[in-house]
Design a protein around this ligand. Structure first.
Ligand code: SAH
Ligand code: SF4
Length: 344
């Protein structure tokens, strides 16, 4: 069995743990999730017998690091091999004041087909298992050499559409936020979606209030349809409606992401339309100048265009931030993740 596939409640029911007292399991979880110790042999306060049993029957993380690349800006991209031979990428992003963000994947590839996104060129190869999601976080935390209590943020902005793998994503969030396990506040986790209405509703019903980000990328249906096929079944009117009804915690806001594509959606009139579209919502918006990759026909707008677009929004009181892409030089920035997936 793989330990990181299970919640605490489920672990207690597993045959291998059924004879153990709950506090033994808690001790084990503390080694794994707090101390990031992945070798049972080093878990000194567990009995020899229990350690032996664990060694024989339990694997902790089903991922193997196969590559790491460092950007000049401090960002590091990791490639991991899964047990079944597929590969995924995750990114460690240093932020201001010693904070870090982990950008993690929810699928191998993605089925959504957004025209500006490199992951889309892979198609969907598979949904990640719970342990493959949790495992990314454990390994990134270890590689980042964070102190035991040091907080970090997680964004589901790597490969894949998290709402298309909602069951596993939510169970991974259960594990990551359980105080006996990773003990992360749900407010430090952001789920980013291309705008699947059904999934957004379900996420709203989930008791743990994680942050929601919507990849909007266009101010009207006709432009959005051209770059995001998801818009056909999930048009902007319906999307905005469901966001207005979304049970947002007080003081929280929805984040919109807007990838700026040169001469496509980057003009002042687009910014104005965008402002009108989002009126009445509590939100902030991240403007992301397009990160180019070879197969794409789009270009990055120049800086002046981006600043003018931003000004239309900020002049109207909107919190609009130009997101400097980190890790662009190592293809680690938003929308640049894609792994070679020849099975070994
Ligand atoms: N599938 C989810 C999360 C992963 S994509 C989603 O679409 O929201 C994370 C973000 O990267 C999205 O906001 C997407 O719009 C953005 N993105 C994709 N390709 C990009 C590119 N080439 N340049 C800049 N941002 C990109
Ligand atoms: Fe999938 Fe998100 Fe890329 Fe669209 S932007 S193809 S939803 S990963």
């Amino acid at each position: 069995m793989i330990l990181t596939d299970y919640t605490f409640e489920e672990l207690k029911e597993q045959p291998i743990f059924s004879e153990e007292k709950p506090f033994r399991i808690k001790q084990l979880l503390r080694w794994v999730y707090t101390k990031l110790e992945f070798d049972f042999g080093n878990m000194t306060d567990l009995s020899k017998e229990f350690r032996g049993k664990l060694k024989e029957n339990v694997k902790i993380i089903p991922l193997e690091k196969i590559n790491e690349i460092h950007s000049f800006d401090g960002t590091t991209k990791y490639a991991f091999r899964l047990n079944d031979g597929f590969a995924i990428e995750s990114v460690l992003i240093p932020m201001n004041e010693g904070k870090v963000t982990f950008c993690i994947s929810s699928q191998v590839g993605c089925a959504m087909g957004c025209k500006f996104c490199k992951t889309a060129t892979m198609g969907l190869l598979k949904n990640l298992k719970v342990s493959e999601i949790v495992g990314q976080v454990l390994l990134l935390k270890k590689f980042a050499k964070l102190k035991e209590k040091q907080k970090f943020n997680i964004v589901f902005m790597g490969m894949g559409e998290p709402l298309n793998n909602l069951k596993n994503v939510l169970k991974a969030i259960d594990i990551l936020t359980d105080e006996k396990m990773m003990d992360l506040s749900p407010r430090r986790i952001t789920v980013s979606t291309s705008g699947i209405i059904d999934g957004i509703k379900k996420l709203g019903e989930y008791p743990k209030k994680v942050r929601l980000a919507i990849s909007l990328n266009a101010p009207d249906d006709s432009l959005r349809e051209r770059i995001m096929p998801v818009n056909r079944g999930n048009n902007l009117k319906d999307l905005i409606r469901v966001l207005k009804d979304y049970p947002l915690p007080k003081r929280d806001r929805i984040t919109f992401e807007y990838v700026m594509l040169k001469d496509f959606n980057d003009k002042k009139e687009h910014a104005l339309k965008l402002y009108n579209l989002l009126k009445g919502l509590k939100y902030k918006i991240n403007l992301i100048p397009f990160n180019p990759f070879p197969e794409s026909k789009y270009k990055k707008p120049d800086e002046k265009t981006v600043l003018e677009f931003q000004k239309v929004l900020t002049d109207r009181g909107v919190n609009a931030i130009i997101r400097k892409s980190k890790g662009e030089d190592i293809s680690a920035a938003c929308g640049m993740l894609a792994s070679k997936n020849k099975k070994e």
